[in-house]
Design a protein around this ligand. Sequence first.
Ligand SMILES: Nc1ncnc2c1ncn2[C@@H]1O[C@H](COP(=O)(O)OP(=O)(O)O)[C@@H](O)[C@H]1O
Ligand SMILES: [Mg+2]
Length: 353
Amino acid sequence: MASISLSGVIKDYGVVRAIHGVDLEIADGEFVAFVGPSGCGKSTLLRMIAGLEEISAGTIRIGGKIVNSVPPRERDVAMVFQDYALYPHMTVSQNIGFGLKMRGVPPDEINSRTREAAQTLQIEPLLERRPSELSGGQRQRVAMGRAIVRRPQVFLFDEPLSNLDAKLRVEMRTQIKRLHALFGRTTVYVTHDQVEALTLADRAVILKDGRLIQQGSPIELYEQPQSRFVAEFIGSPQMNMLPGIVEGDGRSVNIAGRSELLLEPIDAPRGQQILVGIRPEGFHLTDKEAGMPAAVEVVEPLGSDTMAICKIGNVTITVRLSPEHRVRTGDTLPLAIDLRKVSVFDAQSGKRI
Ligand SMILES: Nc1ncnc2c1ncn2[C@@H]1O[C@H](COP(=O)(O)OP(=O)(O)O)[C@@H](O)[C@H]1O
Ligand SMILES: [Mg+2]
């Protein structure tokens, strides 16, 4: 088993800095997701852990040992890519066993370990087929088989489900989580999909422009985003942002023309412009007189909830309602804000206050 430690890790591609000094500790057996928009440096960081990319400065340790100049095959990590990278001329069985063959493992053992991996992934009936005879989901399983058969200390995944359709993605997500529960190996999983990151990982690391912006458990990131960027990136539908002004003593704020009292005082002077972040479930319906009037523009009945896309003044918000409320386009909803659940940000800097 192995922990991973990154200290001051920098990556320059020529004059362009792709990674700006990342510090990160990943515990032995932990499942960590790197998540962020395309181009933020997720793959670069993962490839540096794998040893597929040189690091420009800093230190990477695996299992306490500095691996900066250790070649990939000696790092005891296995990587699964988005495009599977299977050998087209080999059978499934040969693809899975190839890494072991290269390491001089005896044929009998390759055979039994290949069968075991195939069993775990439920692809035994496919062992004699070639990649061209498999569906996308089956190919992805073979790629995972190739990783688990090596019994590495660390699993690295780079957007492994991006080429699959929505239903298969959910199935494979469960499969990956099951594998982690089964083997308990340190896992780093790269994705641009925040839902995938939150559902899979013990901890998500949010990257933006080559910098680590925030890390935490899925619930921490959802409930305590430290910036507007994280608030809007995590959660679907995204967090609503209502402009406001601090009225006095750090508790009274004016939100969309109404005075509200925050439950927890914020450290901001009277007159400061703020953004009040409210999740779609952070509203509820109240009396007509007391509520903030929200004009319903679009209704999305999802079965389990109904999403109402509304206008408050000129701000568009999404409100999650129970399906019992039969709201319709053109209705005006009297909304109250659940003030226990708001996040307040500095309107200028976007930082949490
Ligand atoms: N081989 C390369 N040469 C030059 N620039 C690269 C190379 N690989 C990645 N980059 C740049 O580094 C940044 C991070 O890329 P990448 O790690 O692939 O992002 P992500 O995986 O988050 O989409 C991007 O700006 C990208 O253009
Ligand atoms: Mg990438």
